[in-house]
Design a protein around this ligand. Structure first.
Ligand SMILES: Cc1cc2nc3c(=O)[nH]c(=O)nc-3n(C[C@H](O)[C@H](O)[C@H](O)COP(=O)(O)OP(=O)(O)OC[C@H]3O[C@@H](n4cnc5c(N)ncnc54)[C@H](O)[C@@H]3O)c2cc1C
Length: 300
């Protein structure tokens, strides 16, 4: 994960056409138009779409406003193309490090635009130092725009408590395992502990869905886990229309199609943008086999 923070490597990667070629597995291109074109094909296979422009931790108020303005235009584009699409943003991309009040104004503007164009806004969850502020922002968003969603990370020890606190406000939750390098005091070290926590949180979310107090989205490529969650939903009388499965572009594509054929609501998250390096390093860290893929792209 240290590589994800290396500026020198970042600069090298941004200039390297070979590395760019390797990232094509996970993103259709750097431009919004590349993502929209790929999205149209995926939508034709019965899947919904989530778009995100890569980037995090911007360092000026002007940069945050530029990100907001980009997404305001982007909502118009997905509306004009009639794509079944939503947008997911990182709060630090909208200036959370600079001013939470300003970040909140940007998010409210985006959620209002999402609503106006028949879409919805998601908040990604970043590293653990941002969880309190992200949830605070989310509750404000949800109060004004009830279709807004937020990601919760199963590897964080605090997440069961966060979920209980959110339940009274009828949240839309994307449950993910968690992608950041966290100290063991705040996150499980062992993958098996995270997987166990994920299933337990998923069960709580399904119970909430049955009672109509939350909308669960399972953001994972773990097919065994998805099968167990779907089985739990079936025995608990939670219909397939009451929860969703979201996966990333380029990962488990055949499984995404199969889940659609089985009647699940599936959405594919498509990333685009020039600031892809840190994000891409997290994808590599999730699955070391992807490093081999990079080498094949470099030398194949
Ligand atoms: C829609 C969506 C939104 C997300 N949003 C966030 C967020 O806001 N915050 C956050 O911290 N994390 C987010 N993540 C990332 C998440 O936390 C995990 O890091 C990531 O999904 C990998 O874990 P997994 O659940 O797929 O399970 P794993 O147990 O890691 O993987 C299960 C199987 O999926 C396949 N797989 C997993 N990752 C890859 C990969 N990169 N390339 C190829 N195959 C792979 C492998 O076959 C693997 O065996 C998101 C993930 C998704 C799908």
């Amino acid at each position: 994960m240290a590589a994800a923070r290396s500026r020198r490597l970042n600069d090298f990667a941004l200039r390297s056409k070979f590395v760019k070629r390797a990232t094509r597995k996970f993103m259709p291109g750097e431009h919004a138009d590349d993502a929209l074109a790929a999205g149209a094909t995926i939508a034709a296979s019965g899947r919904g779409l989530i778009f995100t422009q890569l980037g995090e931790a911007i360092t000026s108020a002007a940069a945050a406003r530029a990100v907001r303005d980009h997404y305001l235009r982007f909502f118009d584009q997905i509306h004009a193309l009639r794509l079944p699409a939503q947008v997911s943003v990182k709060p630090t991309q909208l200036g959370l490090d600079l001013s939470i009040a300003e970040c909140e104004r940007h998010l409210l503007a985006l959620a209002a635009k999402a609503e106006e164009t028949g879409s919805a806004l998601w908040l990604d969850m970043e590293d653990s130092s941002y969880v309190d502020r992200t949830l605070e922002l989310y509750v404000t968003l949800l109060r004004n725009h009830p279709s807004s969603g937020v990601a919760l990370q199963a590897y964080l020890r605090r997440t069961p408590d966060d979920l209980s606190r959110l339940m009274p406000v009828k949240p839309v939750i994307r449950l993910v395992k968690g992608a950041y390098d966290e100290p063991k005091a705040v996150a499980f070290e062992k993958k098996s502990d995270t997987d166990r926590a994920y299933y337990s949180l998923a069960s709580t979310l399904l119970d909430g869905a049955r009672e109509g107090v939350c909308t669960p989205v399972f953001g994972t490529h773990d097919l065994g886990l998805i099968a167990r969650i779907a089985a739990r939903a079936a025995v608990s009388d939670v219909g397939k229309d009451k929860y969703q499965i979201h996966m990333l572009y380029g990962i488990r594509d055949a499984a995404q199609r199969r889940l659609v054929a089985e009647g699940h609501i599936v959405k594919t998250l498509i990333s685009y943008g020039a600031a892809w390096y840190r994000w891409y390093m997290r994808r590599l860290a999730e699955r070391p086999a992807n490093v081999l893929f990079v080498f094949k792209s470099l030398f194949g």
